[in-house]
Design a protein around this ligand. Structure first.
Ligand SMILES: [Zn+2]
Length: 380
């Protein structure tokens, strides 16, 4: 039995094996963990031992994992690429990883209306509730499928992400991955679109700034599509720095359409200069992402000095993804997140919270999320 006790910012472990019931004061009740099996590779075994040793030593848990059954309630219909099967695939891949045994497991809470109002207008929130109640299958504002369970799922995605950010900020974990759905980065303050209902990451950023008094939050979006919703929500917010990487010319007009990541859009008003858009041609591959992070993001952060890093973690830039074409490999995601951890370790005590956005090749999605976790949990 592996038992984690959280009291304030510290953990104690009672090790009687690797299977455990984890308790957190923040988000989750006691929850059994699946036996993941001993890792076969020496490197992975070392990683597992590192995770367990740091927890055993009373240090902050390296990595938290948010998942919740309510994320499955968002039914997009047969054949839709953004399906609950994505989460099943991710869960299976993570459960098969030795990392599973060392994760601090968190569960979601449903966001309140006040949380959603951090970004969205009252009229839009009313519209979503009304159209779901009417039984519509697509929001009238854009191509976002809805079902009777979508409100609970979308509220849980937002609330879970907020609670996870709080857990990291309060020292319960160093990094976190949130396997949420529906995704959020296309949802603008007044309209859902692009499979997104609520602007998950932008709301979490606003929570950190408005309620936790942070003044420098980095939002990096690595989904293959531009995060127009995040930009719309935060473009006038000087406390947020946005870094968007996307494939030029694809939905929603990435790098081309106004409000969708054009290079000349760098924020507005007091936030002018706080947004950087990097529009990459199809087939760019790992090195283009890594070069942008090393040559553009990292130097900018020397000035901005983020206190917290939120990642819109889309995996549709993967080389095997059916929607995107940026040719990022599974190992590329590992290297991208390793770069982000380097920035986080330098500026903000490692505080990185990643929230799932796109990614539609199931096998690639599972493998890339595990690679992400390995980078987040890796040696420092
Ligand atoms: Zn996408």
């Amino acid at each position: 039995m592996t038992r984690v006790n959280t009291s304030k910012n510290s953990f104690s472990l009672d090790l009687h094996g690797f299977i455990g019931a984890y308790e957190t004061a923040m988000c989750a009740p006691v929850r059994d963990l699946p036996w993941a099996g001993l890792p076969r590779s020496p490197a992975r075994l070392a990683l597992l031992l590192l995770l367990l040793a740091s927890a055993w030593a009373g240090e902050v848990a390296p990595l938290a994992w948010l998942d919740d059954e309510r994320f499955l309630l968002h039914d997009t219909g047969a054949g839709h690429p953004e399906s609950p099967t994505r989460l099943h695939t991710i869960r299976a891949a993570v459960a098969a990883s030795p990392l599973a045994a060392g994760l601090l497991r968190l569960e979601a809470r449903e966001a309140e209306r006040a949380d959603l109002l951090l970004v969205h207008t009252p009229a839009y929130l009313d519209l979503v509730e009304r159209e779901v109640a009417e039984g519509r299958r697509v929001l009238s504002t854009g191509d976002a499928m809805v079902s009777p369970g979508s409100l609970v799922a979308a509220r849980s995605a937002v609330g879970g992400l907020i609670a996870t950010c709080d857990a990291v900020l309060d020292g319960k974990a160093r990094h976190a991955f949130c396997a949420v759905r529906p995704p959020g980065h296309h949802a603008e303050p007044e309209r859902g679109m692009g499979f997104c209902i609520y602007s998950n990451v932008a709301i979490a950023a606003r929570h950190l700034m408005e309620r936790r008094q942070l003044t420098r939050v980095l939002v990096i979006d690595i989904d293959v599509h531009n995060g127009n919703g995040t930009y719309a929500a935060l473009k006038s917010e000087p406390r947020a720095f946005q870094f968007h990487l996307h494939q030029h010319g694809i939905y929603p007009g990435s790098g081309v359409r106004a409000g969708a990541g054009r290079a000349d859009e760098t924020g507005e008003g007091a936030a002018l200069g706080r947004t950087r858009n990097v529009s990459l041609p199809a087939g760019s591959g790992d090195d283009a992402f890594l070069t942008a992070i090393r040559d553009q993001l990292a130097p900018a952060m020397e000035q901005f000095k983020p206190q917290f890093i939120l990642v819109s973690a889309g995996y549709d830039a993967h080389v095997d993804d059916p929607l995107g074409g940026l040719a990022v490999t599974t190992d590329g995601y590992r290297r991208i997140f390793a770069e982000l951890v380097t920035i986080a370790d330098k500026h903000c005590a490692g505080r990185v919270v990643a929230a799932l956005e796109g990614g539609y090749n199931h096998q690639a999605l599972g493998a890339a999320v595990v690679a992400t976790l390995e980078a987040l949990a890796g040696p420092r």
